[in-house]
Structures are given as C-alpha cells and as structure tokens.
Design a protein around this ligand. Structure first.
Ligand SMILES: *Cc1c(COP(=O)(O)O)cnc(C)c1O
Length: 427
C-alpha cells in the first residue's frame, strides 16, 4: 500500500514516510492510494477489538517496515474499551471516551505515538501540535517519556476549559505546553509556519501529530468498522452514524470505513455555530473563516484541514452533497440537549456529544449511533450549572489533577515559541 498527497497522485510514499512527514511537501495531506474493498467474511464476532484492528490495518501496513510491528502497536495503543450503550429502541451511543485523557483523541494519539516510537530515529524529532482542547492532552499523554520525541503543545489561552488545560499542562519532561494569546486557528497557523522554516525543520526535526497525520486517522476507522460490523451481525441492518465534528478528522475516518464497504448506512455530521461545512453544502463554496467560540470548544474550527481529504473522496460538490449531511447546532440548543438528556435518561453528556444528540432528534426512526467524543467531566464548568448536579470525576482525571501544572504564555508569533523551545529543551 502506498500513500499519496491530496494534491498530487503521482508521487508515492510509504506508510513510514507519510507518518514521519505528517504533511506532504506540496502542502497536501496524505491519503491511501486506494481503499481496499472489505471482505466481511475475514471478520467474525469472536474477534477482540485488537484482533479486528490488526486485520483491518493490515491492508494499510502492507509492504511497510512497520508491518511486522502492527500487532504490538495495536496492543499498546488500544488499552481501553470501546463501549456501545443503548439509549432507546433505535438510538445507541458509541462511547469513545474511556482512554487516559477521556476523549476519542486518545485512539489516534496513542496509535501514532506507538508507530513513531517504532520507527528508528537518528535524531530526536519534535511534534508540534495545535489543540482546540483535547488533541493536546491526548498527544502529551501518548508521548510522555517517549525519549526520542519532544512535544510542543499550543493551545489558545482562555479558550479551553479548566480541566482541559490541566490535562495539557500537567506533564513536564519532554512535553512543553504553551498558552498562545490567540485562537485555535492561530495555533494551527503557527504549526504550519514552523513546518516551512529551516530552523524548525533542520534543528528540531519537525513531525506532526495533528489530525492531519495519517497515523491519527487510520486507527479512527476501526471503531466505525468494528461497531458497524457488530451491529450488522446482531440486527441484520446497517446503522447510521451521527458525528460531532470540527476539523473533520473523525468524520473522514468514518467515510473511509464506509468506503471500504463496512456496513454503514449513512453518516451525518453535527457542527456547532462554526458553519463552514454547512455553508459549503448549501452554496457549493468552501470559504474558511475565523472560528467563533462556542460551548463545544473542540469543534471551534473555521478552516477544517480534513476538508481536503473529504473533497478528494467526493470529487465535486454534487457528490459531496449526496454523501454528507450536516446540521449546525447553537449554544442554546446544546444547553437544551444536555438538560433534556439528563432529565430523560439520567445520563450526562458533554457539549460536543450534545450536538450529536440534537441532530438525532431531527432524524427518522432508523437506527442511529451517536458518537460521544469526550467525557462530561472535562466540561464541568458548563454542564454543572445546567443540570444542577455534580459530575463524577473518573480515575484517569483524578490522577492528572494531582500533578503539578507547568506552562508558558506566548504571543501568537513563531519567534516567541522558538525562544522558549530553545530554553526548555536546552538547544
Ligand atoms: C476533536 C474533537 C471533536 C472534533 O473532531 P474532529 O476530528 O476535529 O472533527 C469533537 N469533540 C471532541 C470532544 C473533540 O475533542
């Protein structure tokens, strides 16, 4: 299996190259050269999640030097369960928040960390990651104490929850956490800028762990493939998925699983008040813009990077429009949905997951699986006033809350970041 850039299908890369580079030289994102069609008889209900992951990913590891390590990578990465909960007769919730930092980002971050750790480095590499809240902590946790890698996490100061910030800033050692005076889009811009600068490339040996890295998306296909397969075998019909989305990473992974032929009926997206994808569906014009702050902050993205991958899969607007539906959910609707859900089911959902359940209400009676993207305890400051109840703190969070906090404030300028990085990493 080879990988190509979304901007040039003639130059072929190995998986290892794509993982190491993060972004292609032409600025495009890596995608598999093609999606192998699944043969469902290769899978069975006795398989564990790790068995399933290994079987699926073999397609994408073929002929790469990492192929021989695939089993071990899966075993080390997927150390926490994927849970499906029944909400009502035709609604299920796919709970992806049982990992060490309590969001679905743990799947991609841990898998990528295991892959990069297996690729032998002559030089230490640096991962610079922009986070709208949950990527930073997942990446920091996954790479913490991995000696060959330095991690720099950029997060928008004052625009993430207190618990999210704690999860990003509680590491130290090989993890440098920077509070950027700016927005998530500024953080993303700084990462892209660093990729184009000699000092960062040559001295720091940049690699990328944002959701643009193919090593983040491949493992995210598995939970869609796995749960649709289990659902199909039990119910003899294919489920639809409702996915809360921002940078379109998790959604792209779901479309890839569907493209391979896993039994997914349809996919529907839930966005917050950042409407760039909704406007594209309506008008056919993709116009990135500044993000606006919402209660679902990890989805506050004004220029979703993975649009480039998705529009490569669905070549033009009419095909895109046939395959993708999306509803934009307001802050008021998020609040209402959290309250409704708590009153009706006695379950607490996070603001991102609430966008998904809001969308569920407008759908038909066919079966839908709504993706739960983060544990509600990360957003206790938003949720507790709505439900008038304290949220339980899972063990993973309690452990991190006890650690010391360490971060630096920086301007949204690369020179400022360079200064601090030199000092922190003693370069
Ligand atoms: C990152 C994130 C999202 C959005 O996922 P994308 O892959 O960026 O679309 C949704 N919810 C939570 C909690 C997240 O952390």
């Amino acid at each position: 299996m080879h990988y190509i850039s979304t901007r040039n299908k003639n130059k072929l890369y190995s998986l290892t190259e794509a993982l190491q580079k993060g972004l292609a030289e032409d600025g495009g994102l890596f995608i598999p050269e093609y999606f192998p069609k699944v043969n469902l008889t290769d899978y069975n209900m006795q398989m564990s999640y790790i068995d399933f992951a290994e079987r699926l990913l073999q397609n994408f590891f073929k002929e790469d030097i990492l192929d021989k390590n695939l089993r071990e990578i899966c075993e080390n990465a997927f150390i926490f369960p994927v849970k499906i909960e029944t909400i009502d007769s035709n609604t299920l919730m796919l709970d992806l928040c049982k990992g060490p930092t309590l969001s679905f980002k743990d799947f991609g971050a841990r898998f990528l960390a295991e892959c990069l750790n297996k690729i032998s480095h002559k030089n230490k590499s640096t991962i610079m990651v922009a986070t709208s809240g949950d990527t930073g902590s997942a990446v920091a946790s996954a790479f913490y104490n991995k000696e060959n890698t330095r991690v720099i996490v950029l997060y928008p100061k004052g625009k993430i929850s207190e618990k999210q910030e704690k999860q990003i800033t509680c590491w130290g050692q090989n993890i440098l956490s920077l509070a950027v005076h700016g927005t998530f889009d500024d953080c993303q811009r700084l990462v892209k800028q660093a990729f184009n600068e000699n000092w960062w490339q040559d001295v720091m040996n940049m690699s990328s762990a944002n959701s643009i890295n193919i090593g983040r998306l491949l493992p995210q296909m598995i939970y869609y493939a796995y749960t649709s397969f289990v659902f199909f075998n039990k119910n003899k019909t294919s489920p639809g998925y409702i996915i809360p989305t921002g940078n379109l990473g998790n959604a792209t992974a779901a479309y890839w699983a569907k493209e391979m032929g896993f039994p997914i009926r349809e996919i529907s997206l839930a966005t917050n008040e950042n409407r760039v994808i909704n406007d594209y569906l309506e008008s056919g014009v993709f116009s990135p813009r500044k993000s606006v702050l919402t209660l679902a902050n990890a989805m506050d993205v004004g220029n979703p990077s993975n649009f480039e991958r998705l529009s490569q899969l669905f070549h033009d607007h009419s095909i895109f429009d046939k395959n993708v539906t999306s509803i934009s959910v307001t802050n008021a609707e998020i609040r209402q949905t959290i309250a409704y859900f708590y009153n009706k089911y006695k379950k607490i959902i996070c603001p991102h997951t609430a966008t998904g359940f809001f969308v569920r209400k407008s759908k038909c009676t066919e079966s839908w699986i709504v993706v739960s993207t983060a544990d509600p305890c990360k957003f206790d400051d938003i949720i507790e006033p709505i439900i008038q109840e304290n949220i339980a703190i899972p063990e993973q969070m309690q452990t991190l809350l006890m650690r010391e906090t360490m971060y630096w404030d920086v301007k949204a300028e690369l020179s400022d970041i360079e200064k601090i990085a030199k000092k922190y990493f003693k370069i």
